[in-house]
Design a protein around this ligand. Structure first.
Ligand SMILES: Nc1ncnc2c1ncn2[C@@H]1O[C@H](COP(=O)(O)O)[C@@H](OP(=O)(O)O)[C@H]1O
Ligand SMILES: C[C@]12CC[C@@H]3c4ccc(OS(=O)(=O)O)cc4CC[C@H]3[C@@H]1CCC2=O
Length: 295
């Protein structure tokens, strides 16, 4: 039998203007005072933007294309999720403190909530982003699967919440812009999911160069093969099947769901799309960030 879902605002709270999952803010001082190392690499994103894909690419680069090394542990142990805290499986801060340098840090925190130390030390940051419509679709299915998350309602109801920033990590619009505004005075690489779908070779080369390494053909080929959607979907170290069903119920929907651009067209009605576009224009009117909703 499926465990019952909690009420929405029993598990989420407004935290400095950003909706957050309550257990993640309970020991906030540990996150806020986290000490970064000069060689930490941060992979930041709004949830469901292609974080896991980009993370596996980066880990392959760090491990010089050694697939076996990447298959030694689940992605959430190789690349700890900074603010995540639940049971004994996830404790991002503890995992990172126990880890040898150079560390790769995953976070979904918006720029203003990222621990100050990462900015002070001018750590390299890869920000992964994806168009808002596909993120909303992917996030809806994710909600259904995370047992501790409340039921998101119907898809149109969820999209309303998404537009109002009433989902964990708050407004997508604010999130993407929070990092975009920092791009000139920090070491940042922006990766767009749509670009990765369109030309993964080009994007992998960009990441290798950003990390100050040499892009050999052999390394690039290995990365592309190992991080294809099919490979990652079948790999227990990337597909989250090692997380118990009691936390992430992949019988409801798999973590590696479709892996495409444009699935929003199968979910948005014409009326929803028009409303979303109007709201989008309003929210992004001062931003120079441009997203593609199809490729
Ligand atoms: N190798 C890959 N290629 C393409 N998409 C991938 C991928 N690995 C993960 N994804 C997709 O990225 C989304 C999850 O993002 P995140 O890692 O940030 O949670 C999911 O999107 P869908 O739900 O649209 O399929 C997932 O299927
Ligand atoms: C801790 C948690 C299980 C893990 C959930 C989680 C996993 C991966 C994430 O990254 S991404 O959005 O897919 O890129 C984000 C999350 C956030 C929620 C986490 C769950 C809360 C309750 C639970 O058991």
């Amino acid at each position: 039998m499926q465990p019952s879902k909690p009420e929405y605002y029993d598990v989420f709270e407004d935290f400095h203007g950003v909706l957050m999952y309550k257990p993640f803010t309970k020991y906030w001082d540990e996150v806020e005072t986290f000490t970064a190392s000069l060689d930490d690499l941060v992979i930041a994103s709004y949830p469901k933007s292609g974080t896991t894909w980009a993370s596996e690419i980066v880990d392959m680069i760090y491990k010089e294309g050694d697939v076996e090394k990447c298959k030694q542990d689940a992605i959430y142990n190789r690349i700890p999720y900074l603010e995540c805290r639940e049971e004994n499986i996830f404790h991002g801060v503890k995992q990172l403190k126990e880890m040898k340098s150079p560390r790769i840090v995953k976070t979904h925190l918006p720029a203003q909530l990222l621990p100050e130390s990462f900015w002070e030390k001018n750590c390299k940051i890869i920000y992964v982003c994806r168009n808002a419509k596909d993120v909303a679709v992917s996030y809806y299915y994710f909600f259904l699967m995370i047992t501790a998350y409340p039921h998101p309602g119907s898809f149109p109801e969820f999209v309303e919440k998404f537009m109002q920033g009433q989902v964990p990590y708050g407004s997508w619009y604010d999130h993407v812009n929070s990092y975009w505004e920092k791009r000139k005075n920090s070491q940042m690489l922006f990766m767009f999911y749509e670009d990765m779908k369109e030309d993964i070779r080009k994007e992998v080369i960009k990441v290798i160069q950003f990390l100050g390494r040499k892009p050999s053909e052999e390394l690039i080929d290995k990365i592309i093969k190992h991080t294809s959607f099919k490979e990652m979907k079948n790999n227990p170290c990337t597909n989250y099947t090692t997380v118990p069903d009691e936390m992430m119920d992949q019988r409801v929907t798999p973590f590696m769901r479709k892996g495409i651009t444009g699935d929003w067209k199968n979910h948005f009605t014409v009326a929803m799309n028009e409303k979303f576009d109007m709201h989008y224009m309003q929210q992004m009117k001062t931003s120079t960030m441009k997203f593609r909703t199809e490729i």
